[in-house]
Structure formats: structure tokens, C-alpha cells
Design a protein around this ligand. Structure first.
Ligand SMILES: Nc1ncnc2c1ncn2[C@@H]1O[C@H](COP(=O)(O)OP(=O)(O)O)[C@@H](O)[C@H]1O
Ligand SMILES: [Mg+2]
Length: 282
């Protein structure tokens, strides 16, 4: 049985002086196991970013608790280790690259943690290779494409040997190729290195890559289940102003036109297969 990496116990949070605003998170109870790939969806303002920020102690609870590998984010002394364990990737890659060259950017976090210079050089070289950034090592980050910038940001986090990537709509500013490459990279890190992934997204097709989907609504956890259950539940999703995967939406139209399709069709391939099986042999 995998170990619990992230846990919230009755987590509530409100912004404003002494948490005076309407709660942004209310009574969230959640466990994420080491190695899970979890998508987080929900309408704008439902608390997705606020929740993610609690897992690297950028925010701390007003009530309840957040534990990262058993370390409470309420203890300031735990923050450096929590931030090493859980790195955050933001929507806009320009806001997270700080150095003059790609290699300096990847080394930046390590320097702050006082890792010896020889160790920094070897980790940076390893990460540039792994993230296919070797040819760009001396380039200024601001000249890279959006997808390359996100890969540099991920390399900088991986250099810290983290256990978890917290990604807040990481593909929303990328073109289709950059988006595909980033998603492949993240899936590979999850599969091959057991890096836990929390991935906030507006794209149902991205959420379908996860093994588990959380739905937030008004700061509360509205649903938690496998992609096939959540992303084909159009009654739930439409009530929140969200949509299912393209295949789930199309299947619903076709059922209305009396095509006898099975329930819970999630992906394009299976939809096509089912439609073909209904056609007379050509
Ligand atoms: N820095 C902030 N100050 C005050 N209120 C905020 C701040 N950031 C977010 N909020 C409010 O908290 C709620 C949750 O926001 P957020 O976590 O950003 O949602 P999401 O990421 O799902 O769009 C919203 O009502 C939002 O207006
Ligand atoms: Mg957000």
C-alpha cells in the first residue's frame, strides 16, 4: 500500500485580514497517496489555486490541518522541506523564471538550499539532459517558447528531488505541440519516477489523463473519483458550468438520436469503436 503524501484534515481557508472574506476553501478532507496522478477541476473561483498553494505552504490553513509527508504546514520550520518536496508550476511560465540563462535557472533553487557547487553542476547537467534542454543551456529563458519555459521550470523543481509536482493550469498558455510535450513529460515523470502529480486544468481531455479527478465547487469538494466516472457525469459537470470529454459530450448527442451507445464513454477511440460496431458491415 502506497504511503500518504498529502493530507488535509478539515481544511478551511479565507483570504483577507484574519480570514475575513467569504471562505475560499471549506472543510476539505483529502488524502493523496505517493505516486498518484490527480486532476483538479472546477469553475473559476472554486478554490483550485488556493488548494494547490496549501501543499507547498504558500498559504496555511485558517482552520484544520495540511500535512505533507506528515509535516504540518502550520510549522514554519517545516516550510523549506515542504517546498523541496512539493514544487509548484504556474500558468504563466514567465513569472517563475528568474535567471539569465536556462542552466542558471535550473540551478537557482539548489543554490538557495546551499547544495555544494560540484553537486549543483552534476544535477543541472542531468536535468538538462532528461528534459531535453541541453541545446538551450546558455540561452536566456525569455527567448524560449512557452513549452520550453515550462520544461525549464519543471527541471528547476526536479533538481530539488521532490516527491510532488503541483501544476496550476500549466498548459493554458502553450500551443498544441508545447501542450502535448509537457503532458508527455509529466506523465513519464509520474510513471517512471513515481512523482506524485496534482494537476489543475480546464481541459477535460487533460483531466482524463489522471487516475483520479477531484471536483471543487465554491471551496468544497463536490466529487472525487476515477476519470471515467467524473468526466462522463454530464449532469454534474453541466450544473457547474463545466463539460465532459469531447467523446462523452458527443456520445450524449448520439444517444438522444437513439443510437444505443453504452454509458460512460470517455475517449475518442472507444466512441469510434462503438459507433463502428453499430454500422452495418461495409
Ligand atoms: N489573493 C486573493 N485575495 C483575495 N481573494 C482571493 C485571492 N485569490 C483568490 N481569491 C478568492 O478566493 C476564491 C478562490 O479562488 P482561486 O483559488 O483562485 O480559485 P480558482 O483557482 O478555482 O479559480 C475566489 O473567490 C477568489 O476570488
Ligand atoms: Mg486558479
Amino acid at each position: 500500500m502506497a504511503e500518504v503524501l498529502l493530507e488535509t484534515k478539515a481544511l478551511s481557508f479565507a483570504y483577507g485580514e484574519e480570514g475575513r472574506n467569504r471562505p475560499a476553501l471549506e472543510d476539505i478532507n483529502l488524502k493523496v497517496l505517493q505516486g498518484e496522478y490527480v486532476a483538479i477541476i472546477g469553475p473559476s473561483g472554486s478554490g483550485k489555486t488556493t488548494l494547490l498553494k496549501h501543499f507547498n505552504a504558500l498559504l496555511t490553513p485558517c482552520r484544520g490541518q495540511v500535512l505533507v509527508k506528515g509535516l504540518s504546514t502550520a510549522e514554519k520550520a517545516n516550510h523549506p522541506e515542504i517546498r523541496r518536496l512539493c514544487g509548484m508550476i504556474f500558468q504563466n511560465p514567465d513569472n517563475q523564471l528568474v535567471a539569465n540563462t536556462v542552466e542558471e535557472d535550473v540551478a537557482f533553487g539548489l543554490e538557495n538550499y546551499r547544495v555544494p557547487p560540484a553537486e549543483i553542476r552534476s544535477r543541472v547537467a542531468e536535468l538538462l539532459k532528461q528534459m531535453e534542454l541541453e541545446d538551450l543551456a546558455r540561452r536566456p529563458p525569455h527567448l524560449l517558447s512557452g513549452g520550453q519555459k515550462q520544461r525549464v521550470a519543471i527541471a528547476g523543481i526536479l533538481a530539488m528531488r521532490p516527491r510532488c509536482l503541483l501544476m496550476d493550469e500549466p498548459t493554458s498558455m502553450l500551443d498544441p505541440r508545447g501542450r502535448r510535450e509537457l503532458l508527455e513529460t509529466v506523465q513519464k515523470l509520474n510513471r517512471e519516477q513515481g512523482i506524485t502529480v496534482l494537476h489543475v486544468t480546464h481541459y477535460p481531455e487533460e483531466a482524463a489523463l489522471a487516475r483520479r479527478v477531484l471536483v471543487l465547487e465554491g471551496g468544497r469538494l463536490a466529487a472525487d473519483g476515477p476519470p471515467r466516472e467524473i468526466l462522463t457525469d454530464l449532469a454534474l459537470l453541466h450544473s457547474l458550468g463545466l463539460r465532459g470529454t469531447a467523446a462523452a459530450e458527443m456520445a450524449a448527442f448520439l444517444r438522444e438520436a437513439d443510437l444505443p451507445l453504452p454509458p460512460k464513454l470517455l475517449g475518442q477511440d472507444e466512441l469510434v469503436e462503438q459507433i463502428c460496431s453499430l454500422l452495418p458491415a461495409i
